[in-house]
Design a protein. Structure first.
Lengths: 301, 593
């Protein structure tokens, strides 16, 4: 492992650094994603999760390098496909804590179809999106969440497309825990992640995580005076209409916090009788019993 | 003609929505329970109501591998069927039709027309499918079967719908039977009793059952003809067999869910057709890069693009060979029958677990949607299961190397949940520990080592599967080469040729990767004359075989009209080519469906 920073890893998490991965991040110094990484490590420590019981799944993009920097089982999959991979993994081993990490292009652009349907299924995954409103790894083109009029290499005259709103989309599609964080407020973000992981159902934590290299319109200085925590307002997290109204605000005030949660909605796995007992499917015995075989053949006769 | 002593083929034609499947199923059950072999092919279109459906059911007292050449009985449920197919019927054949609504055309000499006055026989029933039941009664009489068999089958099939429905149908069937007895002449050779009762299945059911027997715990699909039957079987049996079955938003999700499930250690599988397979291909490369074993089934239909969704073709071989970007090995098998499809699934799972790689199984509409008899004793319900090198003991330190460089190239695999083995698998190139070498620290020596490690896994792959063998007389005047679903029809063409004094044999090839190129080259080199038979235009298998062996062949028989080969298409082509008239035969499809 020449030239690669490594460290000895311990098993029982006692400090935040126990959730450090085999390498240090290669993100630009000052990237918002550091705040997200620190928050998730803290949340997992607070919840006393064991690294081997966590599976962190990502797609492709700067923020999708996340699993490499986080001590757990990880899958760094194809661009846009993290939610599909995570769904398969969670269904096959529902005892794993499955975290999904990635960016706005990965999740809402190329992976938009999976985002819609994963929310609709309300499967018990925690989806942390580092939204920097730009394609960074490809050196600066608009993303689905880029503001109108934004000038980038692919929109030299300003974007004429309206941005996608992940919060309203998630609520409309059936996600049962929908929150927004800001990478500049690690304490608040840690609290949101901790709640999201504990929530049974599909939990979105969409994080404004500024790209300090390619999106100078929406940097830390842009967000800091604007972000207001919903927890400081009288917001009813059971009121999806109010949640959508607040999520759409984009001006002097940009809300963060928990917009919506629905603890009544059944998550996918608990509706599958085959998961009721017998442990994870991935560790059950393979093949057919004599009774199962006989029943199959009898139906063919 | 016929292979055994008893060979009988009937077709039922009508429009979608006229209820052709039910009489077909009832007859199939009666005949296979009697121990007769059955091969059924349904020609249909992508339409829910209307169009033309033509179900051909062939029975024989020995095993058969195709739907044959000749029709003994034609059942017309509408005028269109009469107009299209009466001309197929020769002396000795019979045609059943509803004389209230259908006018027969000019039949050939010796064809028995069997009009059914359906209104009169049904007592003026308004039930639109009652003609089907009456036709069953007529059919059973003509075939020389006892009415009690039909009564029992109707009672079983319709019992759920209540006594009134059963009584109405049994009455109508009896009216048809009695009408036939009074007016028509039964076939000279009544249906014999075969051996032990046989089971019935489709190729798609065989694929799904093969998965269940192999221990599949996760099955995922997006509906796509002609592969959807696999999903239906899996969904129906999921809760009895502890299989997680999901219908996903698209085939991209399907393939990636399969990878996620497989990564946890579950055996995971999916099926689709060419268009869906195209969407899955990026994930197949991902499975290779992350070294996750999983099985992708492509049930081919006529392409390109949306193509002809309900028609068969062998047009996706190169799609499988080239699925996904990059230079990597994937296992590819093309089963030759439904039973072979069943046996192939556990085999490929063992191979992809051993080599930690993706496998592709290619079938086609003919095998997957056809209905076939199978002796229940032939089904190995507990096939061998080999999971490859898996780590199961927890460790105290996290220095596990998921992609450890080993002599065999295979790195022992740990799955999430095992303490002390946390690691990241990546679609980017990575080092032994899973850490990316693609971004910051690209290192040509490491890249080379990892490419070679993955490739080295397959050194002994060829030895894991049997080499193809010549079927038939080694001294034959002509060797017919086919792959996948053509094995059965080529075998029958060879019998027809033998009757004409031409000795032919067959080289049927199932394993595309690994490919026994040396064995095949030796057989082709020794053959007196070689002809490749395939269901496509461009000779996909021919070009592949040539690239792997450097050898050409003497001739080609190709069909790409959407319909499968009938044996005479091949036999006539061989005769034409034996005379030196041509080296490319494209048979004309006579049955317009």
């Amino acid at each position: 492992m020449d030239g690669i920073a490594t460290q000895d890893l311990v098993i029982e998490p006692q400090t935040v650094s126990d959730f450090k991965g085999r390498v240090d991040p290669d993100w630009c110094p000052g990237c918002g994603d550091f705040g997200v990484l620190n928050s998730l490590r803290r949340a997992c420590l607070d919840l006393q999760l064991q690294p081997h019981e966590i599976l962190t799944v990502s797609g492709i993009g700067c923020s999708s390098n996340f699993p490499g920097y986080f001590n757990s089982y990880g899958m760094h999959t194809l661009h846009g496909r993290s939610l599909a991979v995570a769904t398969g993994a969670k269904m096959a081993n529902h005892e794993l804590t499955v975290l999904v990490t990635g960016g706005d292009g990965d999740g809402f652009g190329i992976g938009g179809n999976h985002f819609t349907h994963t929310a609709r299924r309300n499967i018990d995954l925690t989806y942390i999106v580092m939204d920097n409103q730009i394609y960074g790894l490809t050196t600066g083109q608009i993303s689905p969440t880029s503001s109108k009029d934004m000038k980038t290499k692919s929109t030299p005259f300003g974007s004429i497309e309206a941005p996608y709103n992940p919060i309203t989309a998630a609520i409309m599609n059936g996600a049962s825990f929908v929150a927004r964080g800001f990478a500049g407020d690690v304490k608040h973000l840690t609290m949101l992640m901790s709640q999201a992981i504990q929530h049974k159902g599909f939990a979105l934590v969409s994080v404004y995580s500024p790209c300090i290299t390619f999106n100078l319109d929406n940097d830390f200085a842009f967000f800091k005076p604007r972000v207001k925590k919903l927890e400081d307002e009288s917001h009813d997290t059971g009121d999806w209409k109010a949640a959508c109204e607040r999520a759409l605000e984009w001006g002097d005030t940009i809300y963060t916090g928990l917009f919506y949660r629905n603890d009544e909605a059944q998550e996918l796995g608990e509706q599958e009788p085959i998961l009721d007992e017998g442990g994870p499917l991935s560790s059950r015995s393979l093949g057919l019993s004599p009774e199962q075989s006989e029943a199959i053949i009898a139906r063919m006769m | 003609m016929g292979l055994g002593n008893f060979d009988f083929t009937m077709s039922i034609g009508g429009a979608a929505g006229q209820g052709i499947a039910t009489p077909g199923n009832i007859l199939a059950r009666i005949l296979t329970r009697r121990g007769l072999n059955l091969y059924a092919y349904n020609a249909y279109q992508s339409i829910v109501r209307g169009g033309h459906i033509f179900l051909t059911i062939r029975i024989n007292d020995t095993e058969i591998g195709c739907h044959g050449d000749n029709l003994d009985l034609l059942v017309c449920l509408n005028q269109d069927t009469m107009d299209r197919h009466l001309g197929l019927m020769g002396a000795g054949g019979a045609v059943i039709f509803n004389s209230d609504t259908i006018t027969p055309g000019a039949a050939a000499d010796g064809v028995q027309l069997c009009p059914m006055p359906v209104g009169e026989l049904s007592g003026g029933s308004r039930n639109k499918v009652i003609q089907n039941t009456i036709a069953l009664g007529v059919t059973v009489y003509l075939m020389g079967l006892e009415f009690a068999l039909l009564e029992a089958a109707l009672t079983e099939q319709l019992g759920r719908k209540g006594d009134d429905v059963v009584a109405e149908n049994v009455g109508a069937a009896k009216a048809g039977f009695d009408h036939a007895q009074a007016n028509f002449k039964a076939f000279g050779a009544p249906v014999p009793n075969g051996g032990k009762p046989l089971a019935l299945w489709s190729g798609n059911e065989a694929l799904a059952m093969g998965g269940a027997a192999a221990g599949v715990k996760f099955y995922c699909a997006y509906p796509m003809s002609p592969s959807t039957g696999v999903l239906h079987w899996m969904a129906k049996n999921a809760r009895d067999l502890d299989i997680m079955v999901r219908q996903a938003e698209d085939e991209i999700a399907v393939a990636n869910m399969v990878i996620g499930a497989a990564h946890t250690g579950a055996r995971a599988m999916c099926a689709t057709s060419g268009g869906g397979f195209a969407l899955m291909t990026e994930a197949i490369g991902a499975a290779s890069m992350m070294e996750i074993p999983c099985v992708f089934i492509n049930v081919q239909r006529a392409g390109p693009s949306t193509g002809v969704p309900t028609k068969t073709e062998q047009g996706d071989l190169w799609q499988a060979l080239g699925a996904s970007q990059g230079d990597f090995e994937r296992i590819i098998a093309a089963p030759t029958s439904a039973l072979d499809a069943y046996n192939t699934i556990p085999e490929v799972f063992n191979l992809c677990d051993k080599y930690q790689c993706p496998a592709i199984v290619i079938t086609d509409l003919l095998i997957s949607e056809g209905t076939f008899s199978v002796p229940p004793d032939a089904l190995n319900m507990t096939p061998d299961i080999q999971r490859g090198e898996m780590l199961t003991e927890p460790a105290d330190s996290d220095d596990y190397l998921r992609y450890e460089i080993t002599d065999t190239g295979v790195s022992p695999r740990a799955v999430p949940g095992l303490k002390g083995h946390a690691h990241v698998v990546a679609t980017d190139e990575h080092d032994q520990d899973g850490v990316l070498i693609s971004d910051e620290y690209t290192n040509p020596l490491k890249r080379r080592a990892m490419v070679e490690k993955r490739a080295r896994k397959f050194q002994d792959l060829r030895a894991q599967v049997p080499a193809p063998q010549l079927q038939g007389d080694a001294e034959a005047a002509v060797t017919l080469i086919g792959w996948g679903s053509t094995e059965g029809v080529i075998a029958e063409a060879i019998q027809q040729l033998a009757a004409d004094g031409i000795v032919a044999n067959q080289l049927s090839i199932k394993w595309m990767v690994p490919f026994h190129g040396d064995v095949i080259a030796a057989i082709v080199g020794d053959a007196k004359k070689t002809i490749i038979v395939e269901n496509n235009y461009s000779g996909q298998f021919y070009r592949y075989m040539r690239s792997e062996t450097g050898l050409s062949v003497d001739g080609h028989i190709r069909k790409y009209d959407g319909e499968p080969f009938m044996p005479h298409h091949i036999a006539d082509g061989v005769k034409e080519q034996m005379s030196g008239a041509t080296d490319l035969t494209v048979p004309t499809q006579e049955i317009m469906v």
